[in-house]
Design a protein around this ligand. Structure first.
Ligand SMILES: [Zn+2]
Length: 416
């Protein structure tokens, strides 16, 4: 285990330990009824009190009382006085306090473990990258996370900032068998910070979504050992992807794009069913299909594809075609505007874009396929890190809703 690179903007600062961090997750009850006002400011601020009142359907003084409550908690600030035209009184503008509130995002995508703290303006202020490929026990991972939390708590304490929430985005136990045993919630709760564990796809989603206009519907495709697909509009998830995490929280089967059947009584899938998309287009399926002694991992696949290995190119092109084909009706159903491919295989996606687009043409016109502009993420890992911090912020801003992951897919219906 080696710390590969450490970006730590705080390392030279002497930190007073006398102050305790304002970790407010346990105190959200005080301002839960004002979170809707906070969400409006988060999306559109700075805004005048009358504007927020209108959006909330309340009187301006009622909006002001929300601001005062949120201001007392360090969540909003009066930012500016804008003079209304003519002789009217100056308008006070309010905004969510983006520079004094923070979240922690954790991404474990072996061999990488990246943990970061970002403010509400998406600026990362602390980050550590670790190589955990050799790690076999939970305590080493937990020690890395705990050390970071201590540093983060010190950082917020010294300036009386607030650390609001944490979100851990983890790959499945297939990639790291000890993953389910890592006590993520316990590590954060010890420091009085609420934390949620979820999948890497959520990190990708929240990372990629911000690259597109908030009003466009973007389909994020995670091309990994399996396939994850989540369409979103801004930070609103339109369709949940089943995963171990969703199964745990929902106690019911939600639709899962990667395990939709594309061949009746087809290939066996690790999920236990037959004919799933993943069994044809996921990285694991491609490796199994090739059945070659030199190709065991996704990096072997990537390397062979980049070297122009014709057998590998053919198999991956077929996989991309299956993916496009499975997406073609979904694009119509969900009203998808753009497609972005992320995950460990995304950097070779441009080699198979034509096959992917040919699959999309199953149900779409050529012009429709072109306008989707299917592309690879420019920075899958970096955007996952920002995305995990943003997912944490999203969960905090929705903590007036039941705290389970279903809220991610329900936010579209709850007026955000
Ligand atoms: Zn399956």
């Amino acid at each position: 285990m080696a710390s590969r690179s450490v970006k730590n903007t705080n390392s030279a600062v002497c930190v007073s330990r006398r102050k305790t961090a304002t970790v407010t997750s346990k105190k959200t009850a005080k301002f839960q009824s004002s979170l809707k006002a906070l969400r409006i400011l988060d999306r559109q601020g700075p805004l005048a009190q009358s504007h927020v009142a209108q959006d909330l359907g309340v009187t301006p003084p009622a909006a002001l009382s929300h601001f005062r409550k949120l201001g007392k908690e360090g969540l909003v600030v009066a930012v500016d006085k804008k003079f209304s035209n003519g002789r009217g009184r100056p308008l006070e503008l309010w905004d969510i306090d983006r520079s004094r509130n923070f979240t922690i995002g954790l991404v474990i995508s072996p061999p990488e473990l990246i943990i970061a703290m970002a403010d509400f303006a998406d600026n990362i202020v602390l980050q550590q990258d670790h190589d955990v490929s050799e790690v076999e026990t939970c305590d080493k991972i937990e020690a890395i996370i705990d050390a970071f939390i201590v540093e983060a708590v010190d950082y917020v304490a010294k300036s009386d900032y607030s650390l609001r929430f944490a979100c851990a985005c983890l790959s499945g136990p297939v990639n790291m068998p000890i993953m389910p045993q890592i006590n993520i919630e316990g590590l954060f709760n010890r420091h009085n910070i609420s934390a949620v564990r979820t999948t890497l796809t959520i990190a990708s989603l929240f990372g990629e979504a911000r690259r597109f206009p908030a009003e466009s519907t973007v389909c994020v495709v995670d091309w990994d050992f399996g396939i994850g697909v989540i369409p979103c509009c801004g930070d609103r998830v339109l369709y949940g992807n089943e995963s171990q995490a969703y199964m745990v929280y929902n106690k019911r089967k939600v639709c899962d794009f990667g395990h939709q059947r594309i061949v009746k009584a087809g290939r066996k899938c690790p999920c236990g069913n037959r004919g799933c998309l993943e069994a044809y287009a996921g990285g694991r399926a491609v490796i199994q299909q090739l059945n070659r002694p030199d190709i065991h991992s996704l990096s072997d696949l990537r390397r062979a594809a980049k070297n122009g290995d014709s057998e590998v190119l053919r198999e991956l092109a077929l996989a991309a075609h299956y993916m496009g084909s499975a997406l073609s009706q979904f694009v119509l159903l969900m009203g998808i505007d753009k497609i972005v491919v992320t995950g460990p295989l995304s950097d070779i996606f441009p080699l198979f874009r034509d096959s992917f687009n040919a699959g999309l043409e199953d149900y779409l016109q050529k012009e429709e396929v072109q306008s989707l502009e299917a592309s690879a993420s420019p920075n899958p890992v970096g955007l996952m890190v920002t995305g995990s911090c943003r997912a944490a912020r999203h969960l905090f801003l929705h903590s007036d809703l039941p705290l389970d992951l279903t809220l991610l897919s329900k936010t579209i219906m709850t007026g955000y």
